[in-house]
Each structure stands twice: as structure tokens, then as C-alpha cells.
Design a protein around this ligand. Structure first.
Ligand code: PHE
Ligand code: ZN
Ligand code: ZN
Ligand code: CA
Length: 479
């Protein structure tokens, strides 16, 4: 247990350190880059798009559902907006047991056709209502991102494609249809698919998809974005529940965001996000009351900016020649510990948001030691180094402080790699030469290419005088 900490910093000194570190965070190197030129997508414009969808529903029997006129009217309206600014649009018609449906695909001319970055949202509602949060929000956000890209004058390294799916509510029919008809060579050209389904829930949460088939690079860019805005987030395993599923099952990298539906917000979630505990994230989910009033504008505003950021970031991402996750992708899950102990194993309580030591980014870190008594603690995570890697490294940020003096190493932290039955120590830190300023270290893991290994941080303290080893923002990246 961790009841026995000896604080080495006064609260005032700790606050000053956090303040100075938050400046340093911007120049940090271990998390995915936050592109400087991210757009500020217009909430006014997105709200106008939602009002348009509400009007379409109102004029068409109260919904925009598959097989009903409100769906096709929504599609025609989105298509006209895109055509007007220079997109190449394609309508893909298909039939369902609820009637005819359509996908709308919009390609921005230019960019490397071998590297396609897709952003999509389903455009259909359920028959019960106008579907303004589900999924007017995702549809309007993707539309506004596409329009803003067209207006930005930017040219993209990669080819940008946007999609509005039909018949998601009938079981992801539109996105499945698209993938089933797309020639294999074209499927292989898609390096990333990002999905937005319900991003303005009235009692919002911030859930980042964590069910990727390959690579977590886009997920990590999304969580880094939220963290950089001081916004807490959680992972969600959405599995087959939205249109990224058929991209994911083909082996395409995916990510996405969801602000919550029919499930109930816990009091812990209400504490970090505001809103009402004990109530659904979206009490009008799939109901007639999912109208223009069923939106939280603050959440919507944050999420459209995140969506814009992701489009801008991956427009220029170098995916290399393999279409593999980009160089520098982080192969570790929950690398900055912001999801608590998720994905890590080891000593209970070592991954903590305890404020006795500052995190480097966010509020969670791994705090090993600091007990001032004989103890051993560790955290570890398994990772597979691709056999095709030409570079591979483990990096992390560490700060240390101690009550020990002198030049004898009494308390240690070992950075280790376990491969089969062999444990290799890459570096040993101790109470000698501590530094209460975070610094980044990295070690090559190229010797382990093609292997699944365990990365381990192992702490041992002797019987008196604490030493605290605090880790944050870990990464295993390959090139
Ligand atoms: N796809 C679901 C719907 O449209 C909503 C959802 C999105 C659920 C993401 C879970 C995760 O009803
Ligand atoms: Zn739905
Ligand atoms: Zn939906
Ligand atoms: Ca952290």
C-alpha cells in the first residue's frame, strides 16, 4: 500500500513545478505531435447544419431514416454543399429490407493516392426521431471539417476522403457495403479511418475508441489532443457498434469518438465531466426527442475542434511506403497512464493520480517507491516489435527525489526487457544523482525485432529514507 509517502516538495513548490512543467509539455517529444495549424471549426456553422437536418426531418415525417424521404433529402443537401466547394462526390445506392439507402463519398482532389485518410459518420437516423445527436452531430462535424479543409487553401500530403454512411442503424449496412465493393487494392490504400457517431450528447462523456486492429497511433493522437486541452477522457471498447468496424476487421487502422448514449453517467464521471450522475449520457438516444434541443454545445464545440485537428494532422502524416502505422507510432497502450492501471500489470496502486508528485502530462503517472521502508514494486507491459522494424526504442520520462544522501545506491529502479526467460537491464536509476525535473531517456529495442517482450520498471527500496521514481509518457516506437 502507498500510505507511507514522505512528501519531498511543499505544496507551493509542487505547484510551481507543475506550472513550469506545463510550459515544457508543449515542447515535449514523446507524445504524438499536436499540429500547430489545427483549425478552429465553427460551432455556428455546425449548429446551422444541425438546424438544417432538423428542418429536413420536420418536413419529412419527423425522421431521416433509411427508406424514408428524410434520408435522401439529408444526403442531397450534404452532397450539394460538398459539390459547391470542389469535392468529387459519389453516391453509392444499395437496398436494404427497410428500403433503398445511399452512401455519400467525397474525395478532395490531390494528395498521394497511395495513402488515403478517411473520415466518416453515419447520416441516417432511426425512424423514431430526427436523429440530431445520433448522428446529425457526427455528420455535421465531418461536413464542416471537409468544408473548412476546402476553404483552408492547404494541400494535403495524403489523399483525403470523407464518407456519410447510410443504414448504420440497420446494422452498419452502408459502410459494410462500401468496403465489400471496394477493390482490394483500394482497401489497401486506406491508411486510416476515423469515425464520429454521437459527438454532442446532452450529458456528455468523452470516450475514445480503444478497439483497434492495428496500431494505436490515431487513438493516441486523439487522447493527446484532449489531454493538451485539459479535458479528461476515457477509452471505450465499441467493438461492432459503429461504422469503423468493417475497416477495422479488414485490418485498417481506425479511431473514433463517442460522447455517450443510453448508458448512465457515474458520479465519478459527473465529477470529472460535469453533467448529471445517474442519468444517461443521451436520455433521448433513439427517441423522438433527439431534436435540435438534444445537444450540449460545449461538448460539440470541443469535439468538432478535435475532429478538425485529426483531419489536419493526418492530412500531412507520413505513412511511409508500407502503409503501416507511421514511424513513431506508440506501440504501448495507455502510455501516459491517464486510464489508470489499464493495460499495465504489476504493483497495485503504483499507477496513481495522487498529487504528492506531479504527472508530467495529465494527472496520472507511475510512482514507484517513496515508501521509506523495505519494498519492491514494479509495472510492466507486453509489446511486440514488428519483424520489419528498422528502428525500435523504448522511451519514458522520469523524475526522482530522495531523502537519502551520499553516493551509495540504496534504492534503485531498473528498466528491463524480459524476453522469454532472459531479463536484460537497460538502465538502473538510484537515490544517487536524483533530479526532480522530468527528463526523457530512451533505449534501443531493435535487438528484439520480431519478438514479443515485456517492458518492465522494477523498484527496490531499502529499510529507511524514501526514494521516489516517477515515470510518465512512456513509448515504444518503431520505424
Ligand atoms: N452506433 C450507435 C448508434 O448509432 C451508437 C454508438 C456509437 C454506440 C459508438 C457505441 C459506440 O446507435
Ligand atoms: Zn443510433
Ligand atoms: Zn449512431
Ligand atoms: Ca500522465
Amino acid at each position: 500500500m502507498r500510505s507511507f509517502r514522505t512528501p519531498a516538495l511543499s505544496a507551493v513548490a509542487a505547484a510551481a513545478l507543475i506550472a513550469s512543467l506545463s510550459g515544457a509539455t508543449l515542447a515535449g517529444t514523446s507524445s504524438p505531435a499536436v499540429a500547430a495549424a489545427s483549425p478552429d471549426l465553427s460551432l455556428t456553422n455546425v449548429t446551422a447544419h444541425l438546424q438544417q437536418m432538423q428542418s429536413i426531418a420536420t418536413a419529412n415525417g419527423g425522421n431521416r431514416a433509411t427508406g424514408r424521404p428524410g434520408y435522401k433529402a439529408s444526403l442531397d443537401w450534404v452532397k450539394a454543399k460538398l459539390d459547391a466547394v470542389g469535392y468529387t462526390t459519389t453516391v453509392q445506392q444499395f437496398s436494404t429490407s427497410s428500403g433503398t439507402s445511399y452512401n455519400l463519398i467525397a474525395d478532395w482532389p490531390g494528395g498521394d493516392p497511395e495513402h488515403v485518410v478517411m473520415t466518416g459518420a453515419h447520416l441516417d437516423s432511426v425512424a423514431a426521431g430526427p436523429g440530431i445527436n445520433d448522428n446529425g452531430t457526427g455528420s455535421a462535424a465531418v461536413l464542416e471539417a471537409a468544408l473548412a479543409w476546402a476553404g483552408s487553401g492547404n494541400s494535403a500530403r495524403n489523399h483525403l476522403r470523407f464518407a456519410w454512411w447510410g443504414a448504420e442503424e440497420q446494422g452498419l449496412l452502408g459502410s459494410n457495403k462500401y468496403m465489400s465493393l471496394l477493390p482490394t487494392a483500394d482497401k489497401d490504400r486506406i491508411d486510416l479511418y476515423m469515425n464520429y457517431d454521437m459527438v454532442g450528447s446532452p450529458n456528455p462523456g468523452y470516450f475514445v475508441y480503444d478497439d483497434n486492429a492495428v496500431g494505436n497511433f490515431a487513438r493516441d493522437a486523439m487522447t493527446s489532443y484532449y489531454t493538451s486541452k485539459g479535458l479528461p477522457w476515457e477509452y471505450i471498447d465499441v467493438q461492432g457498434r459503429s461504422d469503423h468496424a468493417s475497416f477495422r476487421s479488414y485490418g485498417i487502422a481506425t479511431t473514433g469518438m463517442y460522447s455517450g448514449g443510453e448508458t448512465t453517467k457515474t458520479s465519478a464521471q459527473a465529477q470529472k465531466w460535469g453533467g448529471t450522475a445517474g442519468q444517461a449520457f443521451d436520455p433521448c438516444y433513439h427517441r423522438s426527442c433527439d431534436t435540435i434541443s438534444n445537444i450540449n454545445s460545449t461538448a460539440l464545440d470541443r469535439n468538432i475542434d478535435m475532429i478538425g485537428h485529426m483531419v489536419w494532422l493526418y492530412a500531412d502524416q507520413d505513412f511511409g511506403t508500407t502503409g503501416a502505422p507511421p514511424t513513431g507510432a506508440n506501440l504501448l497502450a495507455n502510455p501516459g497512464f491517464e486510464s489508470g492501471a489499464t493495460s499495465w500489470t504489476g504493483t497495485t496502486g503504483a499507477i496513481t493520480s495522487n498529487t504528492g508528485r506531479p504527472a508530467r502530462t495529465g494527472s496520472w503517472k507511475a510512482w514507484l517507491g517513496g515508501n521509506g521502508s523495505t519494498s519492491s514494486e514494479n509495472i510492466s507491459q507486453q509489446v511486440t516489435i514488428p519483424s520489419t522494424a528498422t528502428t525500435a526504442s523504448l522511451s519514458y520520462w522520469i523524475r526522482t527525489d530522495t531523502a537519502e544522501t551520499g553516493s551509495t545506491a540504496y534504492d534503485t529502479l531498473k528498466v528491463q526487457v524480459v524476453s522469454g526467460t532472459t531479463t536484460t537491464t537497460l538502465k538502473t536509476y538510484s537515490n544517487v544523482g536524483t533530479s526532480a525535473t522530468y527528463a526523457q531517456f530512451s533505449h534501443s529495442l531493435l535487438a528484439y525485432k520480431g519478438k514479443t517482450v515485456t517492458v518492465k520498471f522494477l523498484m527496490a527500496e531499502d529499510s529507511s529514507l524514501q526514494t521516489s521514481f516517477v515515470l510518465d509518457d512512456t513509448a515504444v516506437s518503431t520505424g
